[in-house]
Design a protein around this ligand. Sequence first.
Ligand code: ADP
Ligand code: MG
Ligand code: MG
Length: 338
Amino acid sequence: SSQKISSPLPPVSEDSITSGSGSGVPRMVQSTIAKQIDLKRMIGEGRFGRVYHGVRHCEHYAVKIFFSRHESSWRREVDIYQGIIMRHENIVTFLAADIISNNGCTQLWLVTEYHELGSLFDYLNLNPIKNVPQMISIMRSIIFGLSHLHLEVIGTQGKPRIAHRDIKSKNILMKSDYSCCISDFASATTKALNDAKILSGYDIPCFGTVRYMAPEILNNTINMDRIEEFLYTDIYSLGLVYWEILNRLQLNDGSAHCYSKPYQEYVSDEPTFHDICQTVCIDKHRPTISHNHQLMANENLILFKIINLIQECWTENRFARLTSLRLKKTIIDLQRDI
Ligand code: ADP
Ligand code: MG
Ligand code: MG
């Protein structure tokens, strides 16, 4: 049996309202979803559960199924998506949430629009970035999504600041028009809740991904009572994502470096919290900007500016990092100068 989820969305008729992403996908009536979507293939597996490609009436969906022990993560993600002004072309379109009981086993569903190109991580593994304009347009789409999340809007149609807290290339999806949208809000927060508590004994936060953690999280100098602090950590992680994109930029001779994860030159494939802390906070490394790209930047002012901008995102002093609004404006200007 399927249980209804209370929703702050007004009741809608299936025909009249679309998902708001411009795709024309109808925003489905909550709670009718689970029974009707046919799960095809597993496309992702993570800490909280599995993600499937599903089909209903020839329409495609991504269905994230949380293990019931991760109900709080599911609820967090659903609550974030259901916030009124979350609809944005650079934020994955949420369609429905559902709780399903199957032979005494509870499944928590979260349905979003399906993007067949998968994550930015998948895309960069398979494809180089052809030129600087393509690189800027991908970067632009990501910062448009992130700055929308970070922005506080006051008023009846308002929205609080949202910190994502798990920005990485696997949590950014590539749309068929080659712009990106931000996904996976299971670590997101609107308030510096006490949920940000460090797990006692381990000193490892219960959100985010170690490889992408900002120095102030790694060395526990972050002030978790302030939401702004988590906006700074998002910008640090974004700097690493921007580097992943830059590192795949084709060189003048048409070749490109292989995809590399941030800090791959310093840590093993499954780095521990301690490994990353050593690399980022003690040795003060940052991902290596290849010699080839530095040479290219000597002749390409826009590339030169992008490299500076990446370095301003991942700087150790969090107060010196660019804000998402500043970053957005800078990237708009760079695109204009091409
Ligand atoms: P987790 O919290 O387990 O990391 P995610 O929501 O990040 O779950 O999804 C895991 C993976 O599934 C993503 O990295 C991506 O490859 C794939 N995925 C998730 N949502 C979609 C989607 N809407 N369209 C296509 N692929 C998706
Ligand atoms: Mg994820
Ligand atoms: Mg996640």
